[in-house]
Design a protein around this ligand. Sequence first.
Ligand code: GLC
Length: 571
Amino acid sequence: MRNSFALLAGLFALIVPQFTLTAAAQPHSVDAEGHQWWQHAVFYELYPRSFADSNNDGIGDLNGIASKLDYLKQLRVDAIWISPCYPSPQVDFGYDVSDYENIDPMYGTLKDFDHLAAEAKQHNIRIIMDYVINHTSDQHTWFLDSRSSRTAAHRDWYIWRDGKGPDQPPNNWLSTFGHSAWKFDPKTGQYYYHFFYVEQPDLNWRNPEVEKAMFDVTRWWYKRGVSGFRLDAVDTLFEDPNLTDNPVRPGTNQFGDPEMDNKYNTKLPELHGVLRDLRKVADESNAVLIGETWTNDIAELNRYYGEHNDELQLPMDFMFTTVNKLSPSDFRAQIAAVESASGWPTYVISNHDIIRSYNRYGDGQHNDAIAKLMAGLYLTLRGTPIMYYGEELGMENNDPKRKEDVKDPIGQLGWPKQKGRDGERTPMQWNGSPNAGFSTTKPWLPVPESYKTHNVASESKDPSSVLYFYIHLLALRHSNRALLDGKYIALNENDPNVLSYLRQYRGESVLVVLNMSTSEQKASFDLKSNGVSGTEATTLLATAGGQAKQASLSAITVEPFGVYIGQVSGR
Ligand code: GLC
């Protein structure tokens, strides 16, 4: 592993002279333009089970993460979002929390967390915790007490109701993980509500005691040095107290349940009050709140910023992840929509719940080029990008081939239509040794064969690798004012093959040209109406080898799936 870091360090020595890294590029709390630290930061989601295994038990851990901070720093990551590492029975691999103020022994101890936090600070990397606020594990002491009797102190911390009749749940609501969202508990003769697995009972956010306990958890972590939270499943915090049945649509879903609109159990307006209050607590610590916000349109996304920009600073734009084809017009429309939003854009192309972008966009022949193209897109837009571990290597999904190998319960329930999310959660590929250098023991999930070529050690040595491109691009992004702060201006909007835009900041303009087609394309630009007098671009970064230092704006040639980024003089 040491070797790969040494190689990366060598690589950086090569890159740095090419790009002048200015002090202004470092994430300050507030810069001269009034930007907050999280507006200039590159975030990186890592799945702790799969990132680095320091004790070789096949499961990643906090000391493993700490040992990779040099790598993350060199990549130019500013903040890591760690998927849940709290004590948990692991039914939903950590999203079923049984104690919010501790670390699961499989990941280490609170002392290890403090060590990680101290090391991260040294590296100028912030830590974002994943906060599962809609539900707890059924093994949380709150729920154990809640289910113990109808008069228990925590009874009303969860949602308990009588059935409609014998063997009849209170209403027709479905769990998003399959079948009824209600579970009968014979001990007290009532049903409890769970939007996710049966083992993940929903908290009752109408109870002020729940709110207080959950807010205190955030204070507790802020004191431990975390810089914010990624708020899990915020859509589902509240339900209609009258338990009105949801409208049913024709057909059945992947679990064989009726199709349904979750009208009465998701996106209720009350949730915004909670977000506003969580934000007030966050503001006391200059912290950021990132939201898992599944929205259908910009009006919905805007609601998560808050009417007065007083809710989530970074509601993730998942509409961007639904384009799923290399379509300049679809991306143009999507970017324009997010540009019109009332808050700062937050771009994501992969995470632990969706098939990796490498597979979603790859055509099977040009996957590495397409991986660079996607990076060239979302890392040059105006907004905060959230990377997913391994994306910088071109890591691919490794879906289970047989039902008996599936770990994620939704994959077992929905097989073969739903294979679960194991495929996008496989171990980080560090080198070409067995198990991709993640662990000397068989890891909890197998690595794909492609680890032999797609790993940190070998890609660090290969100037044509996906990693090499990410490193150059992230260095550029941190040092270039127009890429950090410049406004977005769409160009050549009728071009069906090439997506182009300017990022413009005062006197600086950066041109981004992304060829989304299988053939070479020549794009030409007349930027006078954008206040750009120059007719040439100085190449900053391009995927084609041997690209000229200067390119004429009247003919920028980009190879299939190629990326061209150049600086032009102008406003
Ligand atoms: C979120 C998480 C997902 C989890 C679910 C329930 O959607 O991203 O992984 O299964 O919430 O907590």
